[in-house]
Design a protein. Structure first.
Length: 136
């Protein structure tokens, strides 16, 4: 298993087809959405008669045919409200990593005890004690 790519540890049918792994999409929101502040001249004039310049935030979604398969696989939902607000929801990497960890048995809540403790009715002889605990 490569560091940073838990999906490689899964059986073949569950492996990441893009090879990036869940942790490999750091900063992928920038591959799907761009945002910037834009200086815009408003149509109304200011108190001094000069045009008013305002800073307006601009958010745009990259065209679906221009993003990589890797970035597209990381997108859970794209929507736009009636008033034009954009929403891009990415898949939850943390939840996916927890599910993979559970699948691999990394978070077993059960404690496995291999030791066998038995109480004998007779005390242990010195030779038996040496055999069991001294390793000779």
């Amino acid at each position: 298993m490569k560091a940073g790519n838990l999906l490689d540890a899964l059986p073949g049918e569950h492996q990441d087809p893009y090879g990036a792994g869940i942790g490999g999409m750091n900063g992928c929101i920038r591959k799907v959405v761009s945002w910037r502040n834009e200086l815009v001249t408003r149509t109304e004039k200011g108190k001094d008669g000069e045009p008013v310049m305002v800073l307006i935030p601009r958010v745009t979604i990259v065209d679906a045919d221009k993003i990589s398969d890797e970035a597209a696989a990381a997108v859970a939902e794209v929507s736009q409200t009636v008033n034009g607000a954009l929403r891009v929801k990415m898949h939850d990497k943390h939840a996916a990593l927890v599910l993979i960890g559970r699948y691999l048995g990394m978070f077993d809540a059960k404690v496995k005890v291999d030791a066998v403790y038995g109480i004998s009715e007779e005390p242990m002889s010195a030779e038996e004690w040496k055999k069991q605990f001294a390793g000779n």
